[in-house]
Ligand binder design. Structure first.
Ligand SMILES: [Zn+2]
Length: 309
């Protein structure tokens, strides 16, 4: 089985340690409110950070910034080639606040959005036609309504036609339970959905229900002290694994803010995954097989395009 990266198809076995919710590069377009204009656009600092990540054993990064709000696949290719890292790119859409006001996507028809997503999945990304999108991102702002609903319809159809996986930003998991039904009704099974930031809502019953439905759950608050990872995500992860749901979790860092990057002068940096998280998983007594699922194989298998319905 192979999955698409910014430099071509690779076998899933090549993914050995992945940040399953990464931000490698964000260059926010002009017109985004300064409050939401996250910047990760200093190539030198990013190069240094990626070098450390690779040296510490990291192999792969699932970039989660869609086009129009800061993605630049030309940079993703550069970083991938410079460091021998597997990087995947996403089409789709983020929350409206990350776009300049009046951005075309936020008044596009379903058909126009569908053409855009399909083009990026099958022909090439807008800013770099040599690169194909791996996933379709959905910025889910708590409710399935308005333009979000129109774009979700288009994303569902693009996923159905191409077999590409859907990656969701959720607002702290709010109303995440509504998503599997919406997509199943449109021919996209729950096992094609990857719901990120779900550990911001560390409700075991909810996580069990979603995992039983087949969803991949993104846990990515490990470095976010305001979400109290020691009291929340770690016990949740332990409980989920004890109950046999280790096939339904992917671990990410979500370092969208430069203050979390060491080479920007922040902490804890990308090496937190290969250094701290990995050793903590081992010290929890998890088997090598389970650790590999949580940090590499679940996300790798999920990203493989399935045969279109
Ligand atoms: Zn993110």
């Amino acid at each position: 089985m192979e999955l698409q990266t910014v430099t071509g198809l690779i076998p899933i076995e090549d993914i050995k340690l992945a940040d399953a919710h990464a931000h490698v590069w964000i260059n926010p377009p002009k017109g985004v409110s300064p409050k939401y204009a996250l910047e990760l656009n200093h190539a030198q600092q990013i190069d240094a950070e990626l070098k450390d990540f690779r040296s510490a054993g990291g192999t792969s990064l699932i970039d989660c910034q869609p086009g129009g709000c800061g993605r630049d696949a030309r940079m993703l290719v550069k970083f991938s080639e410079a460091h021998g890292l597997h990087i995947t790119a996403t089409t789709g859409f983020h929350l409206e606040r990350y776009y300049p006001s009046g951005s075309w996507l936020w008044s596009a028809s379903e058909l126009t959005a569908l053409d855009y997503f399909m083009g990026e999945l099958t022909s090439g990304l807008r800013e770099n036609g040599d690169v194909l999108a791996t996933t379709i991102k959905i910025g889910f702002e708590e409710k399935i309504e308005g333009q979000t609903r129109i774009l979700m319809e288009a994303a569902a159809e693009a996923a159905r036609r191409t077999g590409a996986a859907l990656l969701f930003h959720t607002e702290q998991g709010v109303n995440a339970e509504e998503l599997p039904l919406f997509f199943e009704d449109r021919g996209v099974p729950a096992n094609r959905l990857y719901l990120c930031h779900l550990d911001k809502r560390p409700d075991f019953g909810l996580h069990r229900e979603l995992a039983e439905a087949g969803v991949l759950l993104g846990y990515d608050t490990f470095v976010r002290s305001n979400y109290k990872p020691r009291q929340n995500v770690w016990p949740l992860l332990r409980q989920m694994v004890q109950r046999g749901f280790e096939d339904h979790i992917a671990i990410g860092l979500d370092l969208a803010r430069s203050s979390l990057w060491q080479h920007y002068g922040g902490q804890p940096g990308l090496v937190y995954l290969p250094d701290t998280i990995l050793s903590k998983l081992h010290s929890e007594g998890l088997s090598e097989t389970i650790v590999s699922k949580l940090t590499a194989q679940n996300i790798a298998q999920f990203l493989v395009r399935c045969t279109p319905a």
